[in-house]
Design a binder for this molecule. Sequence first.
Ligand code: SF4
Ligand code: SF4
Length: 90
Amino acid sequence: MPHVVTEPCSGCKNTVCVTVCPVNCFHEDKRMLVIDPDECIDCGACVPECPTKAILPAIRVPPKWKYFIALNAENSKTLPLITAQRKPLK
Ligand code: SF4
Ligand code: SF4
């Protein structure tokens, strides 16, 4: 099961997470990042880096955020890749 970016990421864009991902699987829109489940190797390196605890293994995503699993999979197909840290939104 891949890792998934969930609700607390919205409006963060701290993006430190992308600096530790060995396979460049983060993509971004204006408000948040998503993980491409086909690229994620489930290494878990991004989890402790995320200040909002937004990244979870898919199997541990709580029911209220389950829709983020499909959202990450769908949106990562079309959103641009992000591989370098940028200025946070907040
Ligand atoms: S560090 Fe966490 S909250 Fe910030 S952009 Fe990355 S996944 Fe989102
Ligand atoms: S779990 Fe590993 S491979 Fe997956 S997004 Fe995080 S750092 Fe990248």
